[in-house]
Design a protein around this ligand. Structure first.
Ligand code: FES
Length: 115
């Protein structure tokens, strides 16, 4: 657990993203795919599949998973981990929704752009 309060950056409204859809946010740490599930949970993962770089934002969202559009690997949106027999993980950024606004953890982005 991070002892320091996080810095959050607003990237838009929840309603900007269709249910079971995604929106890409360009950051210094690269493109982040922000997903909205059917029940309005929001997750932020790198928009790059660890298999061969497929754009996860263009994948199919089902439940709390997304299927990569290129070769159908499935990733858990809550952990970033590949499911089934496939192995790999997508880097995640902490995200929360406050009064309908989507906020990304600026600390996570800064840490990743520095590495
Ligand atoms: S690039 Fe995503 S499954 Fe191959």
């Amino acid at each position: 657990m991070n002892a320091h309060p996080r810095n959050w950056v607003a990237i838009g409204d929840l309603t900007d993203i269709p249910r079971e859809g995604a929106r890409v946010v360009k950051t210094d740490a690269g493109c982040i795919a922000v997903f909205r599930t059917a029940d309005d949970k929001v997750y932020a993962l790198d928009d790059r599949c660890p298999h061969k770089g497929g754009p996860l934002s263009q994948g199919i969202v089902h439940g709390t998973s997304v299927t990569c559009p290129l070769h159908n690997w499935v990733f858990d949106l809550a952990t970033g981990l590949a499911q089934g027999a496939d192995e790999g993980a997508v880097a995640m950024t902490a995200v929360r929704v406050e009064q309908g606004r989507i906020l990304l953890a600026a600390d996570d982005l800064a840490r990743r752009s520095a590495s």
